[in-house]
Design a protein around this ligand. Structure first.
Ligand code: FEO
Length: 391
């Protein structure tokens, strides 16, 4: 993707990764992604973040297209390699360039990329540097998902460069957001996958930037926001303490017993006016499950018994749900077994990060019968009662 001008002398010079389908060898990327790097020209020249090393040629070519033969500052908002991985290459090509970052990020860049100490300028929170007519201010925002993260605010352009914060994994030909509905879903997926565990920090970051005059938010993944209130409002909704009248049901069934229970239970919830989101874990994109966990009040995990515990794929989903720390209020377990086991104890024992009330499980020996369906109705009734007052 070629250079795009955001404002006079401010350019997008990154790379679009149309083909990437997995991040961290874990997170599905149904729409690819981009690594946004930004160049600001003034008396001094600053490059804000770089690109994944697999795309270094695209960044370097973009700098050539702008006839950049000197870079003064490489601003590192975050040490993760999808943004920092090309810094060593840039430092080699531009020998005067210094990496400008905070002390924590500097330590990480030295450890991860072996950048020598004398190539750094360390800044403190709210410190500014002048490029000539333009000024960059650094706003520390630790725990966007690593401890090193910060934002860079271009005062004169009223542009906030936020790296992962507000990002979305979307490969698109447009520089700015074109379809807000699409970006909303992708940004929510991204928030759910990496930022939801740090919801408390995210709240503080939103508070810190609320008085900035912002015309443009320029994250390091996905489209740039020229209507910042769209993504600011979305984040306010996701980090709020409110939950929705929704139940997430991740499930596996091996021979149909648990499936029969899930089908009945899903219908029982729908009849009671509760939104339900079942996820067959043999087919689920875990990003979709993460999105559903952002707002839901309740999770009901459904599993057959394998040996003496839950199905391993259920363990994986429960591990993720616990690690992502959604704001769930209630949890329960339904499922089946052939001769015995400790499935319920194992699943509930994994929910250590969640502040949930565990509702009485429904566990069936063999194929479910009338009394088991009544028990599922009882669980659905209890959820309805617990959800009273939730919008
Ligand atoms: Fe896009 Fe935390 O890196």
């Amino acid at each position: 993707m070629s250079v795009r001008e955001i404002k006079p002398d401010i350019y997008w010079v990154g790379a679009v990764d149309w083909d990437r389908r997995l991040f961290d060898e874990l997170i599905p990327l149904p729409d690819g992604t981009s690594y946004n790097s930004y160049l600001i020209k003034d008396k001094k020249i600053a490059l804000i973040d770089t690109v994944d090393p697999s795309k270094e040629d695209e960044l370097i070519n973009n700098l050539k297209k702008l006839y950049i033969n000197n870079i003064d500052f490489v601003i590192a908002n975050h040490a993760e390699q999808d943004h920092s991985g090309t810094i060593p290459k840039i430092l080699g090509l531009y020998p005067n360039a210094k990496v400008v970052t905070n002390a924590k990020c500097k330590d990480m860049l030295k450890e991860l990329l072996l950048i020598p100490d004398d190539r750094f300028i360390t800044v403190s929170d709210r410190e500014t540097i002048s490029l000539g007519d333009k000024t960059l201010e650094f706003i520390f925002a630790p725990w966007v998902h690593w401890p090193d993260t910060m934002f860079t605010y271009l005062k004169e352009g009223k542009i906030l460069f936020t790296c992962d914060f507000f990002g979305s994994h979307i490969a698109a030909s447009e520089l700015f957001v074109k379809d807000e509905t699409k970006v909303y879903e992708s940004a929510k997926r991204y928030y759910a996958e990496i930022m939801m565990p740090f919801r408390t920090s995210i709240k503080k970051h939103l508070e810190r930037i609320k008085d900035l005059e912002i015309e443009i938010i320029a994250p390091s993944h996905g489209p740039v926001y020229n209507r910042p209130e769209f993504i600011l409002n979305a984040y306010k909704e996701w980090i709020s303490d409110e939950v929705k009248n929704e139940v997430v049901v991740p499930y596996i069934s091996m021979h149909g017993s648990t499936r029969k229970m899930v089908d009945y239970f899903v219908d029982a919830l729908i009849k009671r006016g509760i939104t339900v989101k079942p996820f067959n874990l043999t087919k689920t994109d875990i990003g979709e499950l993460a999105i559903a966990l952002v707002d839901a009040a309740t999770i009901v995990i459904a599993s057959p018994t394998v040996l003496v515990g839950p199905h391993p794929n259920v363990i994986y989903a429960v591990y993720l749900a616990n690690a992502l720390r959604p704001k769930l209020k209630f949890a329960s377990v339904i499922g089946s077994y052939g001769w015995g086991g400790k499935m319920v104890e194992q699943i509930t024992g994994m929910l250590t990060n969640l502040k949930v009330e565990v509702l009485e499980p429904v566990i069936v020996k063999g194929y479910p019968m009338e009394e088991n369906f009544k028990a599922l109705d009882r669980l659905a009734d209890e959820i309805l009662k617990k959800h009273e007052g939730i919008s």
